[in-house]
Ligand binder design. Structure first.
Ligand code: FE
Ligand code: FE
Length: 267
C-alpha cells in the first residue's frame, strides 16, 4: 500500500488544517456549537432518527449532485465544491495506484454530508469526530469548548473510559454524530473492512493524527489504522488540486460506480 500523495501539494502540508492561523470565524463558532451539543444522548437520538435509512434512495450520481451546493463551515481549506472534492479525493487514490474499491471509497466518502440537506445543522454533520460517553480528549481541536457540554461533568461519561470497557474496540464506541458514521451505515455491506474504516473514521483526527483514545482500541482498530491514515492524505492533501474535468473522468467513474454501487443507496 502506498500511503503518500504522488502529486505535489497545492500548498505546504503544514498549511492544511491550520486552525491557529484561521481567519474564518465560522470555523471557531462551528466547534463551539459542536463541542457543546454532541452528547451521548444526542448521538443515540440521531442514530435512532437516521439509521433506519428509510428517507430516500439515490444513485451515487444523484447524491453527489444533491450535495454539490454545500460549503463546509468546519473546513479551513476552502473553497471547492463537494463534487470537486469527491473527484479530487478519488483521483488522488487512483494516482497512488490503490485498489479500485478505495477509489470508490474516495468518491463517496463525504456523501453523508447530505444530512445537511435533510435539515441537520453543520455542527451535527461535519468537522472532526470524537467518542462520546467517555472523557473528551485534550487532543480534540478547541478542547476548551467541551466545558459547555453537559457530559463533561457527568459522573460516568466524564471518567476516562466512561461507559466502555478497556480495549472494547471502536465498533463498540459511539462517535460524535456526523457524516462519517452515516455513510458507513449506508454502504457497510458493499465495501471491504479497510474502506469502511476509512469512511467511518476519516474525521477522527484525535485518533488517526494525534494517537489519542488508545485505551478503547482493539487489535482490529490498530490493524486498520494505516488505511485510515493513508485515506486521510488523499482526502486532505488533494484539496486545491486542479479542478477535475468531470466530462473527461465520467466514463471511468460510471464504470466504477456500476461495479461497487449498482443499486441506488438508501439514505
Ligand atoms: Fe469528510
Ligand atoms: Fe473529504
Amino acid at each position: 500500500m502506498q500511503d503518500t500523495p504522488s502529486a505535489p501539494l497545492s500548498k505546504p502540508a503544514t498549511e492544511f488544517r491550520n486552525f491557529a492561523a484561521e481567519a474564518r470565524d465560522t470555523v471557531r463558532e462551528f466547534y463551539r456549537l459542536n463541542h457543546q451539543h454532541q452528547t451521548l444522548d444526542f448521538v443515540l437520538g440521531k442514530k435512532r432518527e437516521y439509521l433506519g435509512l428509510d428517507r430516500r434512495r439515490m444513485t451515487v450520481w444523484k447524491a453527489l449532485e444533491y450535495l454539490d451546493t454545500l460549503v463546509d463551515d468546519s473546513d479551513p481549506d476552502v473553497d471547492f465544491t463537494q463534487i470537486d472534492h469527491a473527484l479530487q479525493t478519488a483521483e488522488a487514490v487512483r494516482r497512488a495506484g490503490q485498489p479500485r474499491w478505495l477509489v470508490a471509497t474516495g468518491l463517496i466518502h463525504d456523501l453523508g454530508k447530505i444530512l445537511c440537506l435533510f435539515g441537520e445543522p453543520q455542527w451535527a454533520v461535519v468537522g472532526d469526530t470524537f467518542p462520546v460517553g467517555c472523557r473528551f480528549s485534550e487532543a480534540c481541536v478547541y478542547p476548551e469548548f467541551f466545558a459547555a457540554n453537559p457530559d463533561s461533568t457527568h459522573p460516568v461519561y466524564a471518567t476516562p473510559l466512561g461507559i466502555y470497557a478497556p480495549g472494547c474496540g471502536l465498533d463498540a464506541v459511539h462517535m460524535s454524530w456526523g457524516h462519517d458514521e452515516y455513510i458507513y451505515h449506508v454502504v457497510k455491506d458493499q465495501l471491504p473492512l479497510e474502506a469502511l474504516y476509512a469512511l467511518r473514521y476519516h474525521s477522527f483526527y484525535p485518533w488517526h493524527k494525534e494517537g489519542a483514545y488508545g485505551d478503547l482500541l482493539n487489535e482490529q482498530d490498530r490493524a486498520m489504522l494505516p488505511w485510515v491514515k493513508a485515506f486521510n492524505r488523499y482526502d486532505l492533501y488533494s484539496k486545491g488540486d486542479r479542478r477535475p474535468d468531470l466530462a473527461a473522468l465520467r466514463p471511468y467513474y460510471e464504470e466504477l460506480v456500476a461495479e461497487f454501487f449498482p443499486e441506488p443507496l438508501s439514505f
